[in-house]
Design a protein around this ligand. Structure first.
Ligand code: HPA
Length: 243
């Protein structure tokens, strides 16, 4: 298995990664958001892609998801671990919580969401968007890396993917909660759908950095602290999940 990590906000460069090779491939869909990095996290070989670009150039709606996924597949990736930053919809998801979602709802629009072309129409099964074995690996690693007093790891949840880049209204979050969403982010789709079209199993770990709109506030300072602590925790989790 050749594992790829796609990570976004807060992970634009992975200082912990020992990089053996960095290359910017072309794909039929254009170049990916950033050069791919082939290297090691801990002892495990991995491909790394910064979803928004190393300088965070691309907003969630402007990411070339097809190029990102195609570039990883072309580089030999056979499975994907995705890292997302999200807002918490469920009341129990305090900032810093980690969620390994088992399902998603796609609210995005206008994004290139398929590798289908004229004459090559692709329909994939998508009842379970996330791979069960990869999810187990992430949950196990996350639980093992969680100390007493750290925010919880939640096994299961529904990732609602909004279009962004603006945040949601309180009424939109209420609707999403009625739809069954437990977290809200902007990048889970079409990424997971495209991975499925390529036959690449994918699972993701979501770091809750704020309560979703209408669910209580958080200061910018607090959010930055949560993000920094969560980032360090997720790097440890990824290294453990790869090993
Ligand atoms: N909504 C959407 N995406 C997000 C949020 C949010 O509240 N927090 C972090 N990413």
């Amino acid at each position: 298995m050749v594992m790829a990590i796609i990570a976004g906000t807060g992970f634009d460069r992975l200082g912990e990664l020992e990089i053996d090779e960095e290359f910017l491939p072309e794909t039929p869909w254009g170049p990916p958001a950033a050069a791919l990095q082939r290297g090691h996290l801990g002892l495990s070989p991995v491909l790394f892609l910064s979803r928004h670009g190393h300088a965070h150039e691309y907003a969630p709606h402007a990411v070339n998801y097809r190029a990102n996924l195609q570039a990883l597949a072309d580089a030999g990736a056979t499975a994907i671990l995705a890292v997302y930053t999200v807002g918490g919809i469920s009341a129990d998801l305090v900032p810093g919580s980690l969620v390994v979602a088992h399902d998603l709802v796609d609210y995005t629009w206008g994004r290139e969401q398929s590798f289908s072309t004229v004459g090559n129409v692709i329909h994939v099964e998508f009842s379970d968007p996330y791979d069960a074995e990869l999810r187990r690996r992430l949950v196990r690693a996350a639980q093992a890396q969680t100390g007493a007093g750290e925010p919880p790891v939640v096994d299961g949840g529904v990732y609602g993917c909004t279009q962004g880049p603006r945040l949601e209204t309180a009424a939109e979050i209420d609707r999403m909660e009625r739809d069954g969403c437990t977290v809200v982010g902007m990048t889970g789709m079409p990424e997971a759908g495209l991975a499925r079209e390529l036959g690449l199993p994918i699972a993701g770990i979501s770091l809750v950095v704020n309560p979703a709109a209408g669910r209580g506030g958080i200061s910018l300072d607090e959010m930055q602290q949560v993000a920094a602590a969560g980032r360090a925790r997720i790097i440890r989790i990824l290294a453990a999940a790869l090993g």
